[in-house]
Write a new protein. Structure first.
Length: 121
């Protein structure tokens, strides 16, 4: 059996515990966040249809990192861009899924950017 990092295992448990309480519907989809060491990813997901409606990350071709400083500022810009895409798709209200991470740093910056962009959660 392969060894698994204790941090990764603990985060997966937190994700499952959160996902029992949070789910996205057609009228209020879920804004899910994943954070790696290098990038941050955000998806708007409709859990009733099991489809990803909108996705944005720091590695996405529409994301321009020039003039953006640290990772927190990049996360805020990703939040603004995903909110802009959601507004154009007719999505105004979402449920925020922090993905087992603390609501701090890059996760908080992404949610603040999404709120500034016009998403309500």
């Amino acid at each position: 059996m392969a060894k698994t990092n204790a941090k990764v295992t603990a985060r997966k448990k937190r994700v499952q515990r959160i996902r029992v309480k949070i789910s996205g519907t057609s009228d209020r989809p879920r804004l899910s966040v994943f954070r790696s060491n290098k990038h941050i990813y955000a998806q708007i997901i409709d859990d009733t249809q099991h489809k990803t409606l909108i996705a944005m990350s720091t590695g996405h071709k529409e994301f321009d990192a020039e003039g953006v400083g640290d990772k927190c500022e990049q996360a805020k810009k990703v939040g603004l861009l995903i909110a802009e895409k959601a507004k154009s798709a007719g999505i105004e209200k979402v449920v925020f899924d922090r993905g087992g991470y603390l609501y701090h740093g890059r996760i908080k910056a992404l949610s603040d950017g999404a709120r500034e962009g016009g998403l309500v959660f």
